[in-house]
Design a protein around this ligand. Structure first.
Ligand SMILES: Cc1cc2nc3c(=O)[nH]c(=O)nc-3n(C[C@H](O)[C@H](O)[C@H](O)COP(=O)(O)OP(=O)(O)OC[C@H]3O[C@@H](n4cnc5c(N)ncnc54)[C@H](O)[C@@H]3O)c2cc1C
Length: 291
């Protein structure tokens, strides 16, 4: 099947892009970034926007830079840019590990970090990263700039707090401290598929116990989020397998699992317990391995 007809726009600046969006969003206009979600949906006629505002010609929005302790990721930074660490600390290493789980290389070479967030698939790895690390999501429209926290941005399955006339111009990820340990684990039926459940964890060990734990879960609920119950089970405890199992169990109980024909709630909870425990175990085993 071919897409329904649409009018194509190719702005050269962010200002032109948001001006165009202001004009065409009420007429069912949308941004085209990497096209790796939108174009298949259009080809299947699951989406038929009347206007496409293609941001691939906009200068200066592909930057990935460290500013004020945050990693700034521009709207056109493609997944593949993260395959090698974009900075030398744990944040760069974490993003490189996560990146290899996203689809396949041709898709990674075109799809964008910000496009994944705007698309808000519950299983998106970058949405999990943004939710777990507490990203700031910077939205621009003709009315000005807004910064959204993950809890305001991620609102449901493929649903965000972005207004139709807003462009996600960049994402600011807080950088993990240099002694942070992190682990990412996901389960999908085939390599490159969207995950049925995933977990990203990070913490430090201070005076022999866990400090500043972050536990995020993706793919299991309508959108990825941190699980306070699991973080509470880790805080101030020794980093042992028994502690990790308690945190994993807390996460499995806390989630409100998505269900479909092949995946019931009990199975999804089991998967969450497994992915959280394995992410925590990886956080320890990877930090003991020479870099
Ligand atoms: C076979 C296949 C397997 C895949 N597997 C995975 C996977 O395992 N994990 C994963 O996370 N993804 C996966 N994807 C999706 C891929 O990562 C996409 O690149 C991503 O979801 C969307 O990014 P994009 O830049 O291609 O956005 P597009 O497809 O261009 O746009 C997606 C949506 O976001 C909106 N949008 C895009 N950019 C912006 C912006 N800056 N501001 C506001 N709105 C914007 C568009 O209007 C559209 O509604 C897969 C895709 C395919 C085809």
């Amino acid at each position: 099947m071919k897409p329904a007809p649409f009018i194509y726009h190719r702005p050269k600046t962010v200002e032109d892009a948001v001006a165009l969006l202001a004009e065409v969003a009420p007429l069912d206009g949308r941004i085209l970034a990497g096209g790796q979600s939108l174009i298949p949906m259009m080809a299947l006629r699951l989406a038929y926007p009347a206007h496409l505002v293609d941001i691939n010609g906009v200068a200066g929005i592909d930057r990935i830079v460290v500013e004020d302790g945050e990693l700034v990721i521009g709207a056109l930074a493609r997944h593949a840019r993260f395959e090698k660490p974009v900075e030398p600390g744990p944040t760069g290493q974490l993003l490189a590990q996560v990146c290899h789980n996203i689809a396949h290389f041709p898709i990674r070479s075109r799809g964008t970090f910000c496009g994944s967030l705007a698309n808000a698939d519950p299983a998106s790895e970058w949405c999990l990263v943004a939710a777990t690390l507490g990203a700031k999501l910077v939205a621009r429209s003709e009315a000005g700039t807004r910064i959204l926290a993950p809890r305001d941005f991620f609102q449901g399955i493929m649903t965000t707090g972005l207004a139709p006339e807003e462009m996600l111009v960049e994402v600011r990820l807080p950088m993990l401290p240099s002694d942070a340990k992190f682990g990412f684990y996901e389960f999908s039926r085939r390599a490159g598929d969207f995950a049925l459940a995933s977990s990203l964890t990070a913490f430090r060990v201070e005076n022999g116990v866990i400090a500043a734990p972050l536990v995020g879960v993706g793919g299991a609920e309508a959108h990825p989020r941190r699980i306070p119950e699991a973080e509470h089970a880790l805080l101030g405890q020794q980093a042992t397998m028994a502690t990790f199992e308690r945190a994993a169990q807390a996460a499995a109980i806390a989630i409100d699992p998505l269900e479909d024909a092949a995946t019931n709630a009990g199975y999804r909870r089991d998967l969450v317990r497994t992915v959280v425990r394995r992410a925590l175990e990886l956080a320890i085993s990877q930090s003991e391995r020479p870099q």
